[in-house]
Design a protein around this ligand. Sequence first.
Ligand code: PHE
Length: 348
Amino acid sequence: MSNWVEQIEAAPSLAALEELRVAALGKSGAITAKLKSLGAMDADTRTVEAPRIHAEREAVTSAIAARKEALEFAELEERLATERLDLSLPAPFAPTGSIHPVAQVMDELTEIFADLGFAVAEGPEIEDDWHNFTALNIPEAHPARAMQDTFYIEGDGHRVLRTHTSPVQIRTMQSQKPPIRIIAPGRVYRSDSDATHTPMFHQIEGLVIDKGITMGHLKWTLETFLKAFFERDDIVLRLRPSYFPFTEPSAEVDIGWSTEKGRRVVGGSEGWMEVLGSGMVHPKVIANCGLDPDEWQGFAFGTGVDRLAMLKYGMDDLRAFFDGDLRWLKHYGFKFLDVPTLSGGVGA
Ligand code: PHE
């Protein structure tokens, strides 16, 4: 009997213990055989043997239970010691998205203009006719109001999807006291679609209202902004007389380009491309907002954010900006940690 108990107490694993249990107490186990043999004994022998055999079975059964508990405890201890979950380990890096170039460029522009003292202003994308056109001195018969350019809200003759960010000029002059220095980035809508036009695109508006503001302030601001944005000092601007109903005088701004390694890049003055609309805010527009145009003057400008992104980062089809193609987004997108800063270079 002690032989079984000794073996059980020395069993090295639960599997070895199970083998011993089967060998002793299983259907054809040694102790089971002894129990079966009781029936064939004569009464006297059985009186002596039965308590011994039962006692042996008891001892073996409880030894197995004790060893099992000990082995299971040891196994748990072992697992607790080895299967450690170290929460201080860095998680595997798995980037799943990217910052769209339009969002990145808007952040770059915001950073540049914040440094020049401009705040960010916003307005609704569903605008009313007055803010989008009338207050901006766009007469009833102006072609910009024609059905082919403007998306009108059905059943309501007065609401449109804003066709430019200029209505934010109006809303800002109505709600803030001058001096005003704001930029207004956002979505705009026009019924137009080809490689360089999409029905929805992005503009950024700039507005300065103060005393004694001149075209010189406008030109300096645009030059400073475009040099910072393209991260080049050889940016050359050309202001061309133009017409916008809400500015007088008005100027379209061209940026000079040159050829580097067979590619057309911004900078220099080999040729020109148009990048901005601008001018001195029309006195009528200032008056429409309840300000005295004899006291307050200012300049305004507007430019396409998507176009600036294309020029800086080299995409050639605007439509791809809004296709949601993951390969395009992976190629042209930015890491979420590429936050533009002036000190780090706005291009990140
Ligand atoms: N709103 C004009 C456009 O969409 C751009 C512009 C803004 C021109 C401000 C002058 C001043 O084309």
